[in-house]
Design a protein around this ligand. Structure first.
Ligand code: GUN
Ligand code: ZN
Length: 438
């Protein structure tokens, strides 16, 4: 391949967070804004990043520079919890978690037994991610292996860094949606062998939540994790009070909800627990001690009336946190809108989320929560070239407010508070343009 095809040069204003922080007090020092910057990309990886003046001589003569002056280039957003087979029932009216699952979610997920349908919806889902600037996601599929094959297949066409897995669910769900400990073991094993680490794809062992897995099935999850120790674990935890009571009845010997998963070795690095709203002190400690991560899903938590996630406590306990849209309990694929709702969730608890904290959670912090900060999340040389070009003045109102704001923090916050998919001007994955706003 000639160098024109393998090298790309992007010029513009760049914003990223240079390092993982253990305290948000350290964050301001890690914010990097380059007003006139250059990113050189080779074979989908960032080869050089810095000031335009310092790097322009490195651009091969034959390479055309993509100039995004006037826009803002940021790392691709990372959605740490989302359900692709709920795209078509987003915004379902009326219930809280357990009734909502039975009434709206399960009948919809049934459709994914049909591979053609799963393929069609995988394509739709990935387009939604791209038009919202999301370049990596940790995704729930359905119980059907076909649903996983369809999504991995679609993501592999873009060489996208995406994590998913077959839902494991052997009780307390309709017959048409349940597997068994044995069948789930065989199916997961085959899927891991087929997809895990193929290109940028990664596999997550995905028990839906404790109520829908028997102890025998959680033991299967443990076995899979032991046999494939570099896979992910992805599930739900402490979202809703009725759910928690149910878990106590089903697992009476466990100290608390998280202890059910912990008992089966499902906590640890690369274990991601969605929601975590009603945690007991011991559960916070267990999350921290095991290096597990939480996906904070504000639009979902408000929509289902589940409660308010205590981000301040998570940060004080030094528990890793990422942001999840949790579509279809969540009401948008858009990370800016999700961050805006996160801000409101904090306001309701009389605490504050800064613009930089929000930005960190959606980029490098999200990558860290997924154990992927070595390859995505900022513009460090050597990382994968997934990035988004934002247009901070996409609407007349945003233009007015942008012109009327002074500091970087204020401009960034206005983009979060007022932004949506119109703010996403271009999306790049693996150094390639994959979405252009029309
Ligand atoms: N808990 C178990 N399954 C689900 C789901 O699909 N969505 C949400 N929000 N919570 C769950
Ligand atoms: Zn969920």
């Amino acid at each position: 391949m000639s160098s024109e095809h393998t090298v790309k040069a992007v010029r513009g204003k760049f914003l990223d967070i240079t390092r993982v922080v253990t305290s948000m007090d350290d964050l301001p020092d890690a914010v990097r804004l380059i007003d006139d910057g250059l990113m050189l990309i080779r074979h989908g990886k960032i080869e050089w990043f810095g000031q335009w003046e310092d790097g322009k001589h490195l651009i091969p003569e034959t390479v055309r520079v993509r100039d995004y002056t006037g826009k803002l280039v940021v790392p691709g957003f990372i959605d740490t919890h989302v359900h692709y087979p709920q795209s078509e029932m987003i915004g379902a009216h009326g219930e809280q978690l357990l009734e909502w699952l039975n009434r709206h979610v399960f009948p919809t997920e049934k459709l994914y037994q049909d591979i053609d349908y799963a393929r069609e919806m995988s394509a739709f889902f990935i387009k939604q991610l791209l038009r919202n600037g999301t370049t990596t996601a940790l995704v729930f599929s359905t119980v059907h292996p076909e649903s996983v094959n369809a999504l991995f297949d679609a993501a592999s066409q873009l060489n996208m860094r995406l994590i998913t897995g077959k839902v494991m669910m052997d009780r307390n769900a309709p017959d048409y949606l349940t597997d068994t400990p044995e069948s789930s073991y065989e199916e997961c094993k085959a899927l891991i062998e087929r997809w895990h680490k193929k290109g940028r794809l990664l596999y997550a062992i995905t028990p839906r939540f404790a109520p829908t897995s028997s102890p025998e099935q959680l033991a299967v999850c443990q076995r899979l994790r032991e046999e494939y120790p570099d896979t992910w674990v992805h599930t739900h935890l402490d979202e809703n009070k009725a759910e928690i009571e149910w878990v106590k009845e089903l697992y009476p010997d466990s100290k608390n909800y998280l202890d059910v998963y912990h008992h089966y070795g499902l906590t640890g690095e690369r274990s991601v627990f969605a929601h975590c709203i009603h945690l007991e002190e011991e559960e916070w400690d267990c999350l921290h001690d095991t290096g597990s991560a939480v996906a904070f899903c504000p639009t979902s938590n408000l929509y289902l009336g589940s409660g308010l996630f205590n981000l301040k406590k998570a940060l004080a306990k030094k528990v890793k946190v990422g942001i999840g849209t949790d579509v279809g309990a969540g009401t948008t694929f858009n990370m800016l809108q999700t961050l805006s709702e996160a801000y409101k969730v904090m306001q309701l608890q009389k605490t504050c989320l800064t613009a930089f904290e929000a930005f960190y959670l959606a980029t490098l912090g999200g990558a860290h929560s997924l154990g992927l900060d070595n390859c995505i999340g900022n513009f460090a040389a050597g990382k994968e070239a997934d990035f988004v070009v934002l247009e901070p003045t996409a609407t007349p109102l945003q233009q007015l407010r942008y012109d009327n704001s002074r500091t970087l923090a204020e401009k960034l916050f206005v983009m979060i508070a007022l932004g949506d998919d119109r703010t996403i001007y271009r999306t790049y994955i693996d150094g390639r343009l994959v979405y252009e706003r029309t």
